[in-house]
Design a protein around this ligand. Structure first.
Ligand code: ADP
Length: 735
């Protein structure tokens, strides 16, 4: 497989078939027979026999360390098998005049014998310094400061030119979060790298081996040889000397790095990041020192765990107290929107967002940086038609909703909680696009090197660009704490809404009770009034039958009778009025023509109207309740007739018009008219104008009319002037 930048995540870096050439390797099987060895064996061991593969390892023994007995390797293996190889590693092997570290490990059915120089190039005794460094590292409480201390201490101990803490984000990309470097070097702090820079399989290896040394990027690796018939791929995952992927080597070369060393950092058993060290000249760190560096990683990892938990807890507390405060305000404040957006603590504090909107009761309340009105309208429409869940969040809005690409700078991430889908009510939080305009510190001209085979083009500049491309249109992730906070806030908002709805329901209930009481009251009153009234009327009529009555007395009795009649009418009208509010509408298409004609005929008799004084024009049908419509026309036409009775010639015109959306009737008379200053009150109960004189009436009719028309969702208005007649307009909507 040809490996390049596009497929390096599939590069089998654990079976490179090569080792770094600063050491050598012999692999033996359970019977201590040599099955693999590195080609550079002869560089280290003088006088090698011609055939090594298939031979017992003891045959090499005199070349490795002539002072040790022939079985010493097999003895070490037996010891390591029982007690663990960490007890025996490293074993000092004296080859020629030099001392080597022998590091033994087991894998599959084999044992790997790795030989490395026993002394570091750094000249420092890391083992001795590590204890002090660790206590220096931990002098601060704050996580960032601990990381800063760590890079300073590690740099001091191992002497590399640049030491960084490189942190993996959830999506696998990395960021330099702490750095110590030689003064002549530029800072890489804050730079982001795409996931492909340290692909998944490389991260897996960092989990297996907690330190990793590339001693010399420019050294030619040594091949690992095996017998011709042995085709088993050789898994080097756990080997110290495992050669480096050519892509990674090229990457380091492009950066001018000659040697790199890394220490893995863990958070709850997951790879959290690396302490990454670069040297611009080859640098070897011996096994013991690497083991000491591991300790730094371990201590930092556990402190990380503790500090990270502490910081998570602080964030949790911050969100919680914001939600608590908002809850308190919602229950105290009459307006939910004001509680959530109008105080010092707002919706924005419930999560780590850059903007928020509350869409509630047909209004939009905005906080922080949010899309503009047109963009918001589009987003709300998209939400309503596409998001069926009552809770939705993404850190890549533009890939779900393409129009969001136009406002990705403010809203690459959204979290939405639906208050009411039917009414389109939401709370939406926004996170801005995470891409920051960080410029790469390296020299751009030196980058983008294309090899002759056209494959490797990796460079720091490309890394940053690649990362930029992967994160365009994405925001920082929504954390679990944020999700939890919003879920809690939503339930508090719903509770507050229900409480408020409950209060309205309670008011409704009270109103209903009041209505019922009023009903009983009107019935009782009218019943109690009607009985004595009819007695008065009957007695007056009996007395009136007496033929010997003086004309004076008869007149009085007639007045009593008329008064009783008027009172009876009034009681009936008040009852009618109180009933309208509760009676159900029976909607039909009503032909009002016969109704109008009936009323006009009756009025002509009562008021002795001249023929032709009342003209009926077009009478379109009305959508309404026949009984109630009859009441409307009876009242308005009778007013028009009675208040224009003295005009000569009297003129009353009744006509209707269908405007398409409604039917509008106008009833015009040339009677008394109404003083303009009284117009606003004529639809109120018991209001009669001063100019009516002795014209009979109760002041209830127009109040009944208005109530009926409102029940039909119609309108009533009047044009009138004192002495100039009146025109009443009534409009009924067409369903
Ligand atoms: P009433 O029983 O007094 O007619 P209404 O409620 O029907 O009671 O009318 C209220 C008042 O409005 C009347 O008393 C009268 O002063 C005034 N009004 C109503 N219609 C007319 C009209 N067509 N011309 C003059 N005044 C009117």
């Amino acid at each position: 497989m040809k490996i390049d930048f596009t497929n390096c995540d599939r590069e089998p870096i654990h079976i490179p078939g090569k080792i770094q050439s600063h050491g050598f390797l012999i692999v033996i099987d359970q019977d201590f027979i040599v099955r693999y060895h590195s080609e550079n064996l002869s560089d280290y061991l003088k006088g090698l026999p011609n055939v090594i593969l298939g031979q017992p390892v003891s045959s090499l023994q005199p070349l490795i360390d002539r002072n040790e007995p022939p079985e010493y390797i097999s003895n070490l293996i037996v010891l390591g098998k029982t007690n663990g190889f960490q007890q025996t590693n490293p074993f000092n092997a004296h080859i020629g005049s030099k001392t080597f570290h022998l590091i033994i490990s087991s894998f599959d059915k084999y044992y790997a014998l790795e030989f490395e120089p026993s002394e570091s190039d750094t000249g420092n005794d890391i083992q001795r310094q590590v204890g002090r460094s660790i206590s220096e590292m931990l002098t601060d409480r704050n996580l960032q400061k601990i990381l800063n201390n760590t890079v300073i201490q590690v740099k001091k101990v191992i002497g590399y030119d640049r030491v960084m803490v490189y942190r993996f984000a959830e999506d696998g990309h990395g960021e330099v979060v702490a750095e110590a470097h030689n003064p002549e070097l530029e800072s890489w702090l804050g730079l982001h790298y795409p996931e492909s820079d340290i692909p998944k399989q490389a991260r897996e290896l960092y989990k297996l081996n907690h330190t990793r040394l590339i001693a010399d990027v420019n050294a030619e690796p040594a091949n690992v040889l095996t017998e011709a018939d042995n085709e088993t791929p050789f898994d080097m995952s756990c080997l110290q000397l495992r050669a480096v992927s050519p892509i990674h080597i090229q990457y380091l070369k492009n950066m001018g790095v000659a040697s790199s060393f890394s220490i893995s950092l863990f958070y709850k058993n997951e790879l959290w990041g690396l302490i990454a060290c670069h040297s611009y000249s080859p640098m070897f760190i011996d096994y013991r020192s690497r083991e000491s560096a591991k300790l730094i990683g371990k201590v930092l990892s556990s402190s990380l765990e503790f500090k990270q938990d502490e910081e998570d807890q602080q964030l949790h507390d911050k969100f919680k107290s914001a939600v608590d405060e908002l809850t308190k305000l919602m229950l105290k404040d009459n307006s939910i929107e004001d509680a959530l957006t109008g105080h010092q603590i707002t919706l924005l504090d419930a999560v780590s967002a850059t903007g928020a909107v509350l869409v509630f009761e047909n209004q939009i309340f905005k906080l922080g940086r949010v899309p503009n009105d047109v963009q918001l309208t589009g987003l709300l429409h998209w939400l309503k038609t596409n998001i069926t869940d009552s809770f939705y969040y993404t850190s890549k809005l533009p890939s779900a909703y393409h129009d969001a690409a136009f406002f990705k700078d403010v809203a690459s991430g959204i979290m939405v909680t639906t208050l009411s889908r039917e009414m389109g009510e939401y709370v939406i939080w926004f996170k801005a696009e995470q891409l920051q305009t960080v410029t790469w510190a390296g020299n751009p001209e030196k980058t983008g090197k294309i090899e002759s085979d056209g494959t490797i083009t990796l460079s720091p500049r490309h890394s940053f660009e690649a990362w930029s491309q992967t994160v365009t249109g994405t925001s920082l992730k929504w954390s679990n704490e944020e999700v939890k906070s919003v879920v809690r806030l939503k339930s508090e908002i719903m509770y507050a809404i229900n409480q408020k709805a409950g209060a309205i329901r309670m008011l409704n209930e009270k109103l209903k009770q009041a209505y019922e009481e009023l009903d009983t009251f009107s019935f009782t009153i009218s019943h109690d009034l009607k009985n004595p009234l009819s007695s008065i009327k009957s007695f007056a009529q009996i007395l009136m039958r007496d033929p010997d009555l003086k004309p004076q007395t008869l007149k009085v009795l007639e007045r009593i009778n008329n008064g009783a009649n008027r009172m009876n009418n009034m009681i009936n009208e008040v009852l009618d009025y109180s009933r309208i509010g509760r009676s159900d509408l029976v909607l039909n298409e009503v032909d009002v023509k016969p109704i109008i004609i009936d009323h006009v005929n009756e009025l002509q008799l009562v008021y002795d109207v001249q023929p032709g004084a009342v003209i009926i024009g077009d009478t379109p049908k009305i959508q309404g309740d026949a009984v109630m419509l009859s009441q409307v026309f009876a009242n308005i036409i009778s007013n028009a007739v009675k208040y224009s009775a003295k005009a000569s010639p009297q003129k009353v015109l009744i006509e209707g018009k269908d405007t398409g959306s409604e039917v509008v009737y106008t009833i015009t008379d040339n009677g008394l008219g109404i003083d303009i200053k009284h117009l606003p009150r004529i639809f109120e109960l018991f209001n009669r104008m001063d100019n009516v004189g002795d014209i009979e009436g109760s002041g209830v009719g127009l109040a009944i009319v208005k109530r009926i028309i409102e029940k039909h969702k119609g309108k009533i208005w009047v044009d009138s002037e004192l002495g100039m007649g009146s025109t009443f307009h009534i409009a009924f909507p067409k369903q």
